[in-house]
Write a protein that binds this ligand. Structure first.
Ligand code: DGJ
Length: 348
């Protein structure tokens, strides 16, 4: 092989590596978000946790070529990052098709909105997810029970082992969208849309983190049919960010405040401001997204990052993401559209 050819080949390989590993230096909400291998991040209805200095993003891995009316989830995938911008794909940490997988999972119609948290008492990573039986896929008709499935692992990257399912919300019909909240005492709560009345309810989890204790309370003051809930705390108050209930179509975001999880909750209206120039949608459609999670900003005091999915029911694998700063101005929460933003340090 000639020296020139070898040099050209090395240059080409070098360029390829650089382009595959191109650093992400800013958040660009609503734009394709590529992982460290240059592939679109495939982890929807997700949450993000920080453990020992590393962030983990868990979400449903959608299967290319299948739409949201089909059984289109391969399981739960995980990505890791140290800066929240550049994400390495670790593939499926909980797989529908794993050898010997329980038939609840292998035959699931919907395996959606996974939420993973580190559970100090058992030192396990615990996952809860919407688990609907086969013929509920993409369809809420019928007599199905909408379960919550659980899985656990001693390592953040799994593999997660199925831990069975429960019927949430103390309702024989189960529950829909949900969040998991850890309170200041360290107790975990399942916050869920009760079926069929769509009231938001909360139930404390058992000491093993895998099931609710027996009773749930209504979260008084939360508008009925609030979906995609996520609770976070600030200055002794609790905030709940959520959406309305319009299937895969976007609707306005809504935010509430309370002093305790059972309420009473007070509406603070729609926190969104501005227009997403990529789809021309503003607060009336949550910029085209639906809330999924909120984390504290690692860069700025009293600031959070609000995270949304942009659903794409015809081609779910291409569904996108919106991450935006959530700030408080005179105690009013605001999620203002930014086409591009960078991590910002607190000013002293
Ligand atoms: C809205 C929910 O938030 C999503 O997780 C999904 O279940 C769709 N509805 C289904 O229509």
């Amino acid at each position: 092989m000639s020296k020139i050819f070898r040099a050209l080949r090395a240059l080409a390989l070098g360029l390829l590596t650089v382009s595959l590993a191109a650093q992400v230096t800013s958040f660009q909400p609503g734009q394709p978000w590529l992982d460290t291998e240059g592939k679109h991040i495939n982890a929807h209805g997700f949450n993000v946790i920080r453990h020992e200095g590393v962030y983990y993003w868990y979400g449903s891995q959608k299967i290319p070529g299948l739409n949201e009316s089909q059984k289109n989830e391969a399981g739960v995938s995980c990505y890791s990052s140290t800066d929240l911008l550049n994400w390495k794909n670790h593939g499926l940490v909980f797989s529908v098709n794993a050898e010997g997988q329980h038939e609840d999972i292998a035959k699931a119609g919907i395996l959606d909105r996974p939420k993973v948290f580190f559970h100090p008492p058992t030192k396990k990573f615990v996952m809860h997810f919407k688990l609907y039986p086969p013929h509920a896929a993409g369809d809420t008709k019928g007599t199905d029970v909408a379960y919550v499935g659980t899985a656990s692992s001693f390592a953040p990257l799994g593999p997660f082992a199925y831990e069975g399912k429960y019927t949430g919300a103390e309702s024989p019909k189960g529950s829909g969208d949900f969040g998991i909240y850890q309170d200041h005492k360290g107790d975990f709560w399942h916050i869920a849309v009760r079926k069929p009345d769509k009231k938001l309810v909360c139930g404390q989890l058992r000491p093993d983190g895998l099931r609710p204790e027996s009773s749930y309370s209504e979260m008084k003051g939360i508008t009925a049919a609030t979906e995609a809930p996520v609770v976070f705390s600030r200055k002794g108050h609790l905030y709940l960010l959520g959406s309305g209930s319009t299937g895969w179509n976007p609707n306005p975001a809504r935010i509430f405040v309370a002093d305790q999880i059972t309420g009473p909750w007070t509406s603070l209206g729609n926190p969104a401001e501005g227009i997403n120039p990529h789809n021309h949608l503003g607060p009336e459609k949550a910029f085209g997204g639906q809330s999924t999670f909120v984390i504290p900003s690692p860069w700025k005091d009293d600031e959070w990052i609000a995270m949304f999915d942009i659903w794409n029911p015809a081609d779910p694998v291409k569904a996108g993401y919106i991450w935006l700063p959530l700030r408080f101005e005179n105690d009013k929460p605001l999620i203002r559209w930014e086409t591009e933003w960078k991590p910002r340090k607190s000013t002293p």
